[in-house]
Design a protein around this ligand. Sequence first.
Ligand SMILES: Nc1ncnc2c1ncn2[C@@H]1O[C@H](COP(=O)(O)OP(=O)(O)OP(=O)(O)O)[C@@H](O)[C@H]1O
Ligand SMILES: [Mg+2]
Length: 277
Amino acid sequence: MRIYACTSIKGGVGKTASAVNLAFASAQAGHRTLVWDLDPQAAASFHFRVKPKHKRLGRVLVRGEVELDDCVRSSEFERLDVVPANLSLRRLDAALEHSKHPERWLTSALEAVSGDYDNVFLDCAPGLTTVSESVYECSDALLVPAIPTPLSLRALAQLMKFLHARDQRRYRVLPFFSMVDRRKALHRETCEWIHAQPIRFLRAEIPYSSLVEQTGVRRAPLASFAPQSAAALAYAELWREIEQRVEARREEARDEAEPPPRLVDAQIAMWREHRAT
Ligand SMILES: Nc1ncnc2c1ncn2[C@@H]1O[C@H](COP(=O)(O)OP(=O)(O)OP(=O)(O)O)[C@@H](O)[C@H]1O
Ligand SMILES: [Mg+2]
C-alpha cells in the first residue's frame, strides 16, 4: 500500500483538488484507492458526498476506540473509498499532543487497512502541525501543489527546510504547479525558471480552469464529468508521472532528487531578483 499526502503549509493551493482528482485517476487505473480526509473543512468528503459515521471522529481515532476500517465509506465510484472528515478533526492536534508517539499515529492507524488498498491519498489541512508531522512520517511521497507565485514557493521552501532539519533523506517531496494561468507572465516565467533549476518539480502542471471549480458544484471528480478537458488530462498525466517517480525511487538516491533547502532559498532569491529586473 502506497501513501500519498496532498500537503502544503499554504492554504488554497489545490491540495483537495489534487487528492480528489488523483485518487479518481488511481481508481480508474484499476487500483484499490482510499482517500482519507484529514481536514476539518471536510472538502474532500463533500466532493465524494460522504459523511463520517462517528461524530467525535478525531477523538475516537486518536484514542484507538475505533479502527480505521470502521470509518471507511464507499464512494459512488468503483474501487474508491473515503474516510470522511467533520469539524471534530479540529481537535486532532490537541488530542495527538497528549498521545505517546504522535508522529507514529497515522502509520499505526493505517495498518488496519493495509491489505485493502493499493493507494491511499491523504487530504491534509494547510499548516505545519502535529498531524502534519505524522503525515510526513507515514507517506511514501508528499505531493505539494504550488501556484507559480512567491508565497507558494516560499511555503514549499519552508517545508523542505523543516524536513531537512529532521533528516530530509527519509522524505520524498514531489512539488508540482497548480492553478497555472499561462496568460500571466508571472506564471509562465516562474514555471519556466523553476523547470530549468535543479529543484525537481514534476513536469505535469494543472492549469487554472473553471471546470476544476465545478467539481465543488457537481460534487464529483473532474474526469467523471469532463474526462477530455485539459485539466482532467493534466491530472491524469500528473498521476502517471507521480507513479513513475515513486517507482524510480528505488534506483536513485533521495538526496539527488531533493536539493538542500539552502539551495531552494537561493533559487527563490534568484527568482525574485530575476523578476525585479
Ligand atoms: N486548477 C484549478 N483551477 C481553478 N480553480 C481551482 C483549481 N484547483 C483548485 N481550484 C479552486 O481553488 C479553491 C482552492 O482549491 P483547493 O480546495 O483544492 O485548495 P486546498 O489547498 O485544498 O485549500 P485548503 O488549504 O483550504 O484545504 C477551490 O475553490 C477550488 O475549486
Ligand atoms: Mg483542502
